[in-house]
Design a protein around this ligand. Structure first.
Ligand SMILES: NC(=O)C1=CN([C@@H]2O[C@H](COP(=O)(O)OP(=O)(O)OC[C@H]3O[C@@H](n4cnc5c(N)ncnc54)[C@H](O)[C@@H]3O)[C@@H](O)[C@H]2O)C=CC1
Ligand SMILES: O=C(O)C(=O)CO
Length: 328
């Protein structure tokens, strides 16, 4: 189909340069205001579009896909994670799904390091005294955190972002350990100087820090449940930039409140924007509003990936970043 005849509906505001290019290439309905679509608006969108461009804030479940019009043929997600899309149901209806991997990797890994430093070096406590003007000057025993260098970092999910975290952690002088669905090839493991743990239980019990970088899937739901969290050292710090569902957030909150964990750096939450309120105001918990990939460059590159996926599809080929149910 000529690209310009392809009807593309975008569910959220995207960077202007991306919206402009989409409009040049396709017949596009853009979102006027920067809010997620309501369920009714999503239903209208899947009935009208050949291609839907959703984001992580849209729930593209079986019920919605069931209401899609015959013409919907591609869901080109603006984002790497695709846990909010029922890929199996889409496939059974002959609808392709694509995502935007790779371009979010370095920025998200940077944010893992920022969160780790934020917790271990007590940055939010330091910021607070500077912002309220209460700092009285340097003191030998004030704001003492923990040294990152020499510490053991466990990476849960050693894919693109996990490996980018491993490279950064090595530069910080940390010892890198990982647990992954599949062991890395020996040459990659060697290059990353990473130690593989087949048993997640055994790994978490020995780490000073844990970075969660696996996707949210049925097999990773509450992978860090109360039992596993209790295996961790009481001084251990957890950083989660993947998806909130991987950690039992209530169990994590209880343990942090009880002083059974050293701290947490969180970019994502089990119930989207509704983080457990008890996590707020804990000095050893740094909370960010899902901004791991939020750089100007990254968000434009995510848009370029969407455009390449949609254009390739319009030209009669499979989108290069097609995702399949087996990837879950
Ligand atoms: N906070 C943010 O802004 C961002 C968050 N993300 C999240 O990060 C996740 C990871 O992204 P990438 O590294 O690009 O994905 P990836 O697919 O390259 O890596 C994920 C790794 O997790 C492993 N894995 C899957 N299931 C597992 C299990 N049950 N146990 C152990 N390992 C398992 C996979 O084998 C793979 O190596 C995304 O799925 C997304 O949810 C991605 C980008 C930005
Ligand atoms: O890409 C993703 O999966 C995000 O969470 C936002 O970039």
């Amino acid at each position: 189909m000529p690209s310009k005849r392809l009807s593309v509906v975008v569910t959220r505001r995207l960077p202007e340069v991306v919206e402009t290019r989409l409009t040049e290439l396709f017949t596009v309905r853009l979102r006027a205001d920067d809010t997620p679509m309501s369920r009714g608006e999503l239903v209208d969108a899947v009935q009208e579009a050949d291609v839907l461009v959703p984001t992580v804030t849209d729930r593209i479940d079986a019920g919605l896909i069931g209401q899609a019009g015959e013409r919907l043929k591609l869901i080109a997600n603006y984002g790497a994670g695709f846990d909010h899309i029922d890929v199996a149901t889409a496939r059974s209806r002959g609808i392709l799904v694509s995502n935007t991997p790779g371009v979010v990797t370095e920025d998200t890994a940077d944010m893992v390091m920022a969160l780790m430093l934020g917790v271990t070096r007590r940055i939010q406590e330091g910021l607070a005294v500077m912002q309220d003007g209460s700092w009285q000057g340097w003191a030998p025993t004030a704001f003492l955190g923990a040294r990152m260098s020499g510490k053991r970092l466990g990476i849960l999910g050693m894919g693109r972002i996990g490996q980018a975290v491993a490279r950064r952690a090595a530069a910080f002088g940390m010892q890198v350990h990982y647990h992954n669905r599949h062991r890395l090839r020996p040459e990659i493991e060697d290059a990353l100087q990473a130690t593989y743990w087949e048993s997640l239980d055994q790994m978490v019990a020995r780490m000073d820090m844990l970075s969660v970088n696996c996707p949210s899937t049925p097999s990773t739901y509450h992978l860090l449940n109360a039992r596993r969290l209790q295996l961790m050292k009481p001084s251990a710090v957890i950083v989660n930039t993947s998806r909130g569902e991987v950690i039992d957030e209530n169990a994590l909150t209880r343990m942090l409140k009880a002083g059974q964990l050293g701290g947490a750096g969180l970019d994502v939450y089990e119930h989207g924007s509704q983080a457990n309120p008890d996590l707020r105001n804990m000095p050893n918990v740094v909370m960010l509003p899902h901004m791991g990939s939020a750089t100007v460059e990254g968000r434009v590159e995510m848009g370029e990936k969407v455009i390449i996926n949609v254009k390739t599809f319009a030209d009669g080929h499979r989108p290069p970043d097609q995702v399949l149910p087996a990837m879950l």
